[in-house]
Design a protein around this ligand. Sequence first.
Ligand code: SAH
Length: 364
Amino acid sequence: VRGRCAHRMTALKDIVTRQISRTGPLTLADYMALCLSHPEHGYYATRDPLGAGGDFTTAPEISQMFGELIGLALAQSWLDQGAPDPFVLCELGPGRGTLMADALRATARVPGFHDALTLHLVETSPALRAEQASRLPGATWHDSVVSLPEAPLFMIANEFFDALPIRQFQRHAKGWQERVVGLKDGAPVLGLTDPAPHEALDHRLADTEPGQIVETCAPAQAIAQEIGRRIAAHGGAALIVDYGDWRSRGDTFQAMYRHKPAEPFDSPGEADLTAHVDFEALAGAAHPAAHSALTPQGVFLEHLGITARAQALARGLGGAALESHVAAHRRLTHPAEMGSLFKVLALFPQDAPPPPGTGLPDPS
Ligand code: SAH
């Protein structure tokens, strides 16, 4: 196994260095896309990052309560919108399929919900598609949201948008410098382009100073736009859960290897690469769909009744299982853990109520 790893690392590092010598420095987006999504040697193509010996864990892997409550929130939104039949139940980047399996179990007794749904999963990794197939028989897979059927769309994306390739720009007296990946002594290193004006960033001149960094994520905006268009046209609701904030501020590009922060340029393809999500950009791109207030994950889950659900589950548990259940509840909701770093943004039709657990933004 070590031999295989070493081989893979060399393969992707070679691809990155060869590409830079051929075409010049890569944008961070190009570097991220190569590392994560190279069809043969990319991070997601070669492993299940959530499995035993993986690099990170996620809310649905921490407790079944997460997927259950998400499923019930989507089912309530479906009822609020008159129980459209048929409709698309969709997840973007379903990982091991755990969240959706928990959501389906929890909604089995919502009258008509399962009869009306067809299950669609947007996933590019063959390794994770196989994991998902074992837990979600009967699903249809897509490479992108574009090929989903045109129908009411009820969907969840948990820790999906953080994996999409970002670009970084550093403000300069004469415009912006892009942070790019070049080569030093044959190894990938971060560098800066010459400063130039950048029309798409004009709106950030008011809230940044020279030296500060802003991030953009064109693929995230394109996906939010497509989801927003579908929800406005056909009805539905999207729950987008991730780390990030309202507007991008500073450098949030990060690598995780075996649950520890790592150096993003050291071993291309071996570490998970992510960035914080700019929810303001997603909400803007999703227009004409309406959006909720950006809601901390802990607040969202409390509104949905996680404490009552946790107490009900605790009654059947004792010893170490009870301790780990209590710890999982805390981990999902406590502000010092995932409760406030992670946020929820809901998208829904202008004439429908926001999904349960979220609320309307403050009027401004
Ligand atoms: N939602 C899951 C997994 C999060 S990891 C959970 O909460 O456990 C990110 C997921 O998004 C993985 O399934 C990964 O393969 C998928 N993914 C990453 N980039 C993608 C892209 N461009 N298109 C489709 N899926 C992608």
